[in-house]
Design a protein. Sequence first.
Length: 319
Amino acid sequence: MNFQILGTGSYAPEHIVTNDDLSKMVDTSDEWIAERTGIRQRHISVNETTHDMAYQAAMRALDDTGVKPEELDMILCATISSDLASPNVAIMVQKMIGATCPAMDISAACSGFVYTLDVAAGYFARGKAKKMLVLGAERLSKMLDWEDRATCVIFADGAGAVVLGEGESYLSSKLTAKGDDDVIKIPYYVGLSPFFTIPGEKPCINMKGREVFKFAVNAMYNDVQEVLEQSGLTQKDVSYVIPHQANLRIIDAVARRMDIAPEKFYHNIERFGNTSSASIPIALDELNKAGKLKAGDYIVLSAFGGGLTTGACVVRWTK
Ligand code: COA
């Protein structure tokens, strides 16, 4: 026994920041950002916390299914940007929606949502859950150096959610981790301990873009092939690949190497930027709400990110 996806939800802050807006803040241009990344605009939080966004996504996912908060056996949230170290985002959502189940966050950067689905599958396999809420929620805008044009044009805010019920739809998965704090790193604040004397670094995202690019294309290509093989499927069987929305050129490069039609690689990075662990559930929700998914469709999710981590899985759509 594992799970099936009963419904989806997502939320992005109302405030939109365009590439032109950013070009007034740093030395960049709409042309550069759109050409190098595919991004045209992103949603940025104004006074909304990560758990505020996660709550909205959760409510929309519950509405999509008719599942009541009190029916949930567990809430998991993939995030690296909780506004509180404790309570975590999942517990804040538990409180806000009026659920009573256990709740916890999982940190695996942009691969977080795929990692978290894999953890969720374990609860179903052990018979510990009949209904779960799984979220990806990020407020990356608080972790950006808004004077660094290499990163502030890329990352953004948002949240996505799925409600899971018992089923057999999680067909295969692959998670990887390769310890590396050189290619992507987000230092945390150093705290106030008088005993810790190492000077703090800026608590902002820094990354070596080109190295991430190469890593991402190879990892996604290999991971998608491997999870399809594990499921006994071929590339021709795939209805949609939902890749982590980090760069349209990364998505295009993976699509070019595969025998899957490019239009099956879903992307919305143009409108959302890179929302880390929220990017895949937001995209899944868009596909679902647009009525583009039908029962029996095979959907491949594939992510990569800080860690360095990667995660991919195949899910059969049943709604
Ligand atoms: N606007 C204008 N110029 C910019 C810029 C910006 N926002 N950011 C960087 N540049 C400049 C650089 O300073 C550099 O100038 P130089 O040639 O004078 O030194 C030039 O553009 C090229 O920089 P480079 O970093 O080599 O560009 P790139 O083509 O690799 O694109 C990324 C940069 C970040 C868009 C790209 O590498 C990328 O998306 N990598 C993957 C990152 C990723 O996925 N991260 C998320 C992980 S989950």
